[in-house]
Design a protein around this ligand. Sequence first.
Ligand code: OAD
Length: 243
Amino acid sequence: MQITAKLASKLKSCNSVCVLTGAGISAESGVPTFRGPEGLWSKFKPEELANVQAFLANPALVWEWYRYRKTLLKNVSPNPAHIALVKMEKHFKDFTLVTQNVDNLHARAGSHKVLCLHGNIDKNYCMTCAKDFNDANLAQTTVPKCDCGGLVRPGVVWFGESLPTQTFEEAESAARRSQLFLCIGTSAVVYPAASLPLIAKECGSYVVEINPEVTELSAIADESIFEKAGVALPQLVDIIPKN
Ligand code: OAD
């Protein structure tokens, strides 16, 4: 893989880095992405599963889908791309990792601070009283209920729902002040997450995309590295001077 002189120089000299990840960074761990021929949304419809109306209409179906994904995620591990980002967090003075993923693999790899825009699949909460439940204390009934009688739902952001305000504000601020913005493994079509590389670019950051495929961002990015994240990111880390 060819690393341009411009990117190498940014990796060696800049202080402020913001990274946005999507489903593609976990693909090499064995987690299916959403879009594309093998993606989850080619088999399951978002309008039937990933919105609150779908949940209220058929909570058993939505819970079956989330239990399938929770089980799948318990059996996978972080890959070299997640680990490379842990090394970057240790190196850069101002490093912000923002993810659209709910799979928790960044934290499991050892990243200390992760801004999870779309929630966390390990969490669940009551729709009536907002009590939190982790998977261990979740009733094993088809549709788990809270002590108050309310429906318990997965702690993820569904289509049509707002992102956690403070988390998104922190992500936006990191994108604005970044000198280098890495956009990794996302089709860059779901907003507001997809606005982050655009904001970074407007503010003068050097925007680099890492994705084996062309995306919505490719025409706007300063560089696209058409490579798998698990191949590209360890090579970028190798360029960074050892502390
Ligand atoms: P997508 O499934 O839309 O895009 C995954 C991207 O990863 C594609 O562009 C692939 O080309 C790329 N990809 C595949 N393998 C890769 C690899 N080994 N290395 C790097 N890139 C690879 O997933 P997201 O963009 O994350 O939202 O989707 C955004 C949101 O849409 C998700 O967070 C989810 C979904 O609906 C909610 O659930 C709210």
